[in-house]
Design a protein around this ligand. Structure first.
Ligand code: BGC
Length: 446
């Protein structure tokens, strides 16, 4: 376990906690408008966009596992997600902002616990809600990149043992099939799992903090009791190594189910991937790679794309991860400010898998938007340089569209291109969003 709920914990430690890492149905709807053109005639559009995830923006996601963990005592969450950004109601406004920035892609996640709040009880209204978002994206010329699992799952699923339950892969595949059947042909790309390697990444080479480990165990026990169960297990909690196999099996079954409905739909997963750099002749870099990424790369070779999520670099010495270099600028999450990291990580991910790479997240937490406005040109230049070298990068989705609920760290860290007033939910587009818009516009009109 590596979560340290300290004032300046590292981003990964906040997310992983060493255990918690931290057109309606396929029936008729108008043919989707293609995403706004990018590149020359006939070229597949490069996806320029922004990303969000359901639990972090929707608000009142009361049937989810993480909602419960926010409520029990003890909890590792700094504050509950509450209304979040009220995006379950205000999603049209969010889409309108993405459109106004001339971006052509939008990544969001569907909340399984809204779709299936009790096992076997499917909410048609919730499925319709997400289908309306897909349709509205298409009408706005945005490619909808849909994530099926962005850390959260329904509370009933966690109380049955989560990914460790023998039926979990098949249960998830049924959910995936239901969602894709209902959301229809408008979906552009599907991400089955968001960062299923996050806990492995957070724990690798680190000694668990005994206090955090105990608090995590107590929080999960309290959630189990509150659910009338003797267990409560969710993504990136518990035995990280043991969770790899069932999650990859769930990915494969979900992929198969999706392909059965839409063989043309690109399916992949995303991984947390810093730009790892070896320091010294005895660096444990290769050990890290074998433990944290290799099983996921092996699967990705059979997928249509791999989503890469990079926030900084990581220096690896002979004893494991090294601290951020002295004097380096840091983000609110404690990461080294290192925008060029994304260039190294996408080259590496492609070299390992041979698959197209979609940057599904990249960004930084800062109150200083001028810093974000400088980060974006540097990061996107690194992506474009890799693409120019021949790495098949198919898009760049900035994290995040909105200042949102940053898991254990609550509403402290500011990742958004757009700020959200915590009382009125009023959105204000930050200058950095215009910087991204300008880069996308120039690239799309080349
Ligand atoms: C996650 C997001 C998170 C972001 C910033 C990624 O690991 O997918 O949910 O908000 O990093 O920490």
């Amino acid at each position: 376990m590596s979560l340290k709920p300290s004032p300046s914990p590292s981003r990964r430690s906040i997310l992983t906690a060493g255990t918690l890492a931290a057109a309606l149905a396929t029936q008729s709807h108008a043919a989707p408008a293609p995403p706004r053109r990018v590149g020359g005639e006939g070229a597949a559009p490069f996806l320029w966009g922004a990303a969000i995830a359901g639990h972090q923006v929707e608000g009142n996601n009361v049937a989810s596992d993480i909602w419960l963990l926010e409520q029990v005592r003890p909890t590792l969450f700094r504050e509950p997600s509450g209304d979040a950004c009220d995006s379950f109601e205000r999603w049209r406004e969010d889409l309108q902002i993405v459109r106004s920035l001339d971006l052509n892609a939008y990544r969001f996640s569907v909340e399984w616990s809204r779709i299936e709040p009790a096992e076997g009880q499917v909410s048609r209204a919730a499925l319709d809600h997400y289908r309306r978002i897909v349709l509205a994206c298409r009408e706005a010329g945005l490619a909808p990149v849909v994530t099926l699992s962005h850390f959260t799952s329904p509370r009933w699923f966690a109380a049955k043992g989560g990914w460790f339950h023998p039926d979990a892969p098949a249960t998830f595949a049924r959910h995936a099939e239901r969602v894709i059947r209902h959301l229809g042909e408008g979906v552009s790309h599907v991400v089955t799992f968001n960062e299923p390697n996050l806990q492995l990444l957070g724990e690798w080479g680190r000694t668990p903090d005994p206090v955090v480990r105990q608090t995590m165990a107590d929080m999960l026990a309290a959630a189990a009791r509150a659910s009338g169960s003797d267990r409560f297990s969710l993504m990136n909690t518990g035995d990280a190594a043991a969770m790899v196999a069932p999650v990859l099996e769930a990915h494969r079954l979900a992929r198969q189910a999706i392909k059965g409905i839409r063989p043309d739909l690109p399916v992949g997963m995303t991984i947390a991937l810093p730009d790892d750099q070896a320091v010294g002749p005895d660096s444990r870099l290769e050990d890290k790679r074998a433990t944290v990424y290799a099983p996921f790369f092996a699967q990705a070779r059979h997928d249509d794309f791999l989503g890469v999520q990079t926030y900084s670099r990581s220096l690896i010495g002979s004893d494991g991860p090294l601290p951020v270099p002295e004097g380096a600028d840091r983000t609110q999450m404690g990461d080294e400010l290192y925008p060029q990291a994304i260039g190294g990580s996408i080259r590496y991910a492609h070299a390992q898998t041979g698959r197209p790479i979609l940057v599904t997240e990249n960004g930084l937490a800062t109150e200083d938007d001028a810093l974000r406005a400088r980060f974006i040109p540097a990061a996107t230049a690194a992506v474009i340089a890799a693409r120019d070298e021949g790495v098949p990068v198919i898009g760049y989705l900035h994290w995040s569209l909105l200042d949102n609920f940053e898991w254990f760290a609550g509403y402290g860290p500011k990742f958004g291109l757009v700020s959200v007033d915590r009382t009125t939910f009023e959105r204000t587009v930050k200058p950095s969003a215009r910087v991204l818009a300008g880069i996308a516009r120039r690239d799309l009109s080349r």
